[in-house]
Structures are given as C-alpha cells and as structure tokens.
Design a protein around this ligand. Structure first.
Ligand SMILES: Nc1nc2c(c(=O)[nH]1)N[C@H]1C(S)=C(S)[C@@H](COP(=O)(O)O)O[C@H]1N2
Ligand SMILES: [Mo]
Length: 253
C-alpha cells in the first residue's frame, strides 16, 4: 500500500501534468490508481479526476470533521421515505430481527450477519459528523456502528481487492468506494443514530455511512457488501448509478 509520504508530491505533479498533457499522463495516472472508475464522466469531467487524484494523494489519512455534542441538529432532515414494500414492512414490524448483511466477493470468509451478530462480533464506534447532500442542505448527527474496516478484516480481504460495492434493500440504490475509503476509520456500518436505533427514515436498520463524501454515498437500508477488483462488473460499470445521471462517482468533501 502506498501512503501520502511515499506517493509523493512528484506523483501528484505528474498527475496534474497528465491532466494537461494528455494521453501519456492519463495512462500514468491510471496506472497509479488516480482515475476514478467513472473516468470523470460527471458534469466536471477531467476536473473530477483531478479532484480524485488530489484527494487520494493528499487526504488519504485525513478525517471528516467531528463536532461537539451540542452541535447535533435538533431536526435532522430525512431525505425520502423508507421502502414501502411488504418485505421491508414485515422486517420493520419484527424489529429487523430477520435483517441480514452479507459480506462476499474477494474475501477469504464470506459471511451473513444479523444485526445482533454485527453488534456482538464487531467493536462499536460513535462519531458526530455532518451528512451533506449535493443539493446543499446538511445536518449533524451522532452515528454509531461497526467500522467497515473491522468487518472486512474479519472477513479477510484478498490481495487483489480494490473496491467495495454496497447494496440496499432499495433496489435502485447501490454505490461503491475504493478500499482506502472503505478502510478509513470513520467509514461505518451504522446501526445507531443520536443514541437510539437507526430510524427507518434515516436508513434503518443499517446504513453505509461515509462522512468524507457527499450524502448520496451513504446508502440506506444496507444489506450487502461485495469486495471486488473491478467495478466494470457491476451495473453499467461506472461504480454506481450516479454517474449515469451526472453525479460523480467520487464525491469527496
Ligand atoms: N437507499 C437509499 N439510500 C440513500 C438515498 C435513497 O434515496 N435511498 N438517498 C441518498 C441521498 S441523495 C442523500 S443526500 C442521503 C440523505 O440522507 P438522510 O435521509 O439521512 O437525510 O441518503 C442517501 N442514501
Ligand atoms: Mo442527496
């Protein structure tokens, strides 16, 4: 694994040069893992690739801001409603005892966990962070959950793994992050919010919470994590449905 120190400013400079010098530079950036899987297909085009490269080189170990308790929003905004299908409603009335999270793909030990299993097998982490929607609104809440890194380490990540794809009970919603983001200590599988169980309106019973990126990457009603070496194997191959609609795959803030 590279880190900020070894992947030096020189490489960043080269990547920047690549962005202005064209093909050879782009090939270099691709080899160094500095091009997002949507290839900067979003509205910002190559600028989005440059932003990804800069984040990856300079902020790999940086944390999302954490807030003091008195900053927690009194009225957090739930964007949308919980799923309306019978299967979800049945789960909800059973207190989500039958909810399962599957971890599969490039792991040594694929697993399927209930929420009780998840709480019991993984240490809990809490953090007060902001959820920021691309539309401009945001709120601050305390999130509690299992770090994705702990869960993936328990499953045993295979050496060729590069991304984690995560899926929702909401079939149209899925997304992915690179392994740096997945293994970052603030990236959680959240089951708690502001000291209570994560409410359905906010993605209960489980949510992928990735506070270093925009709200749309924090997929609600989470039921599956798949470790992969290649995002082209999923959906239309752009890493998430977002880039099809003009949102960039990498949504670092
Ligand atoms: N399953 C699912 N996850 C989702 C969404 C959704 O509609 N369905 N909306 C996304 C968007 S665009 C944002 S900004 C946040 C909103 O989170 P909130 O409901 O906690 O405000 O959830 C994201 N995760
Ligand atoms: Mo959003």
């Amino acid at each position: 694994m590279h880190n900020v120190e070894t992947v030096s400013r020189r490489k960043l400079l080269l990547a920047v040069l690549g962005a202005v010098t064209g093909f050879a530079g782009v090939r270099f950036a691709a080899r160094a893992g500095l091009i997002p899987p949507d290839g900067g297909a979003g509205p910002y085009g190559p600028g989005a690739s440059l932003s990804y490269a800069a984040h990856r080189l300079l902020t790999r170990n940086a944390n999302a801001r954490e807030f003091p308790r008195d900053q927690i929003s009194a009225k957090p905004f739930a964007n949308g409603e919980p799923p309306k299908d019978e299967a979800y409603k049945r789960q909800q009335s059973a207190g989500f005892a039958d909810w399962r999270l599957t971890v599969d793909g490039l792991v040594a030990r694929p697993m399927t966990l209930s929420i009780a299993d998840l709480k019991q097998s993984q240490p809990a982490r809490s953090q007060i962070t902001q959820l920021a929607c691309e539309e401009g609104w945001s709120y601050i809440a305390e999130w509690t959950g299992a770090p994705v890194s702990d869960l993936l380490n328990a499953a045993g990540i295979q050496p060729n793994a590069k991304f984690v794809v995560y899926q929702s009970h909401d079939k149209d919603w899925w997304d992915s992050v690179d392994l740096d983001e997945a293994m970052h200590p603030q990236t959680l599988i959240a089951y708690g919010m502001n000291g209570a169980d994560l409410p359905p309106a906010f993605g209960g019973p489980l949510r992928f919470r990735v506070p270093r990126q925009l709200g749309y990457k924090s997929v609600k009603f989470l039921n599956r994590l798949t470790v992969t070496d290649d995002l082209r194997k999923f959906g239309k191959g752009l890493g998430s449905p977002g880039p099809e609609y003009g949102y960039s795959w990498f949504a670092g803030i």
